[in-house]
Design a protein around this ligand. Structure first.
Ligand SMILES: *Cc1c(COP(=O)(O)O)cnc(C)c1O
Length: 387
């Protein structure tokens, strides 16, 4: 009963199948598995360990140096790329461990080069290019191209391994005009650098949505996040893509009773029973990352039947109306995300109902939730924050 309060079950087969389905659309590209935010809340280390054996995965992408270190400490050997800004106190370790940083200013290049000289090491750089996100990266112009060319000329410690940009609107379906503009800018930057004698082995621009459906040349690598985890990049991408759901969130009933008409449930008494109502208490709350804004909106599934959450979701508990579930009993399974019988609750459904976003909901799955990893229906690994 170790995991009865709550657990997130992660299906490793589903993740591999999602990668494979993307690979069929990117046959000539390397795939970076995006592991940021603890693997979108699913658990970066157990998943990366599993993907070490998957030939379709070339390397991993983290958002921060600390996320890269976590993978390294777990023995991950494939290349790790950091997609975000890295602060100088991390440079030394990054260089020593061969992690790939993004570079987008002269100062970053000079600092990396100076540490690399001291360590007698090379830095495998990925130049970041801002083609429309206005987030990080070089602006696309002759001045930037001159500066990048000068950087590689001046510092033999810096190896131009990669160049990348990030699309702001690749998930908007059929109208690709904005993505086309960003793509054209990116190719222009690559061309300007080519003229200056700087060539990159790994040019990459596609996130999940673009990996799935962008029709231009996807270049040398794609960065696969949300789709790998069995979630949709948006409502507008082509849903004929064979996505496999990879996570379910499961709890169990800890208390059961019938309340009389007029009885209030939870803080603020926002729900009042209209008739005698059978109420189950589920020991999961917003501290687990289950949004409080789903109070009175979302359902859970018990015995294959949807049961509405009633009253406010508390920090650690919630109440559901189980009047329509025959033979319900304490310790019965409660599915908060996933499938039970013919019913299914997706991360997207909860994202929509809570006014949030499927990505956000997944990354917010709390540290109180043990993650259990399944292969061919059998638990093969677990990750717990509390012992
Ligand atoms: C998060 C991120 C990705 C992955 O995006 P998905 O939509 O989850 O595939 C790719 N590239 C960069 C730069 C990112 O920050």
């Amino acid at each position: 009963m170790d995991f009865y309060r709550i657990c997130a079950k992660v299906d490793l087969n589903a993740i591999e199948e999602n990668i494979h389905a993307v690979k069929l659309r990117c046959p000539d590209q390397k795939i970076y598995a995006v592991m940021k935010a603890d693997g979108y809340g699913f658990g970066a280390v157990p998943i990366a360990k599993d993907l070490e054996k998957d030939d379709e995965i070339y390397g991993y992408a983290a958002a921060t140096a600390e996320e890269a270190y976590e993978l390294l400490e777990a023995g991950i050997k494939k290349p790790i790329l950091i997609l975000g800004f890295t602060f100088t106190h991390s440079y030394e370790r990054i260089i020593r461990e061969g992690v790939r940083p993004v570079i987008f200013t002269k100062k970053m290049a000079d600092d990396y080069a100076s540490y690399a000289r001291q360590l007698g090491k090379k830095v495998f750089c990925h130049i970041g290019v801002d083609t429309g996100m206005s987030r990080i990266g070089y602006q696309v112009n002759e001045g930037s191209a001159d500066e990048i060319a000068a950087i590689f000329k001046e510092h033999s410690e810096l190896v131009p391994e990669g160049i990348f940009t990030h699309f702001a609107r690749a998930d908007e379906g059929a109208d690709t005009s904005h993505t086309d503009e960003q793509y054209a800018k990116f190719m222009h930057m690559i061309d300007m650098l080519k003229v200056r004698g700087v060539n990159f082995k790994i040019r990459h621009c596609c996130n999940s949505a673009a990996s799935m459906e962008y029709t231009k040349d996807k270049l040398d690598a794609v960065r696969l996040g949300v789709t790998m985890y069995g979630m949709w990049p948006s409502d507008d991408v082509d849903h004929s893509f064979p996505i496999h759901r990879a996570v379910s969130l499961v709890s169990h009933i800890v208390h059961l009773k019938t309340i009389s008409a007029g009885t209030e449930v939870s803080y603020g008494g926002t729900y009042v029973a209209k008739a005698p109502t059978k109420i189950a208490t589920v020991p999961v709350g917003y501290a687990d990352g289950y949004p409080r804004s789903l109070s009175g909106k979302a359902d859970v599934i018990i015995h294959g039947k949807r049961c509405p959450i009633v009253g406010r979701i508390c920090m650690d508990q919630m109440m559901v109306d189980v009047s329509d579930v025959p033979d319900v009993a304490p310790m019965d399974e409660v599915t908060l995300i996933g499938k039970d019988g013919d019913e299914e609750i997706t991360v997207e459904e909860l994202g929509d109902l809570s006014g949030r976003f499927n990505y956000e909901l997944a990354c917010d799955l709390g540290i109180r939730i043990p993650r259990l990893y399944y292969r061919n229906g059998e638990m093969v690994e677990k990750k717990k924050f509390y012992k």
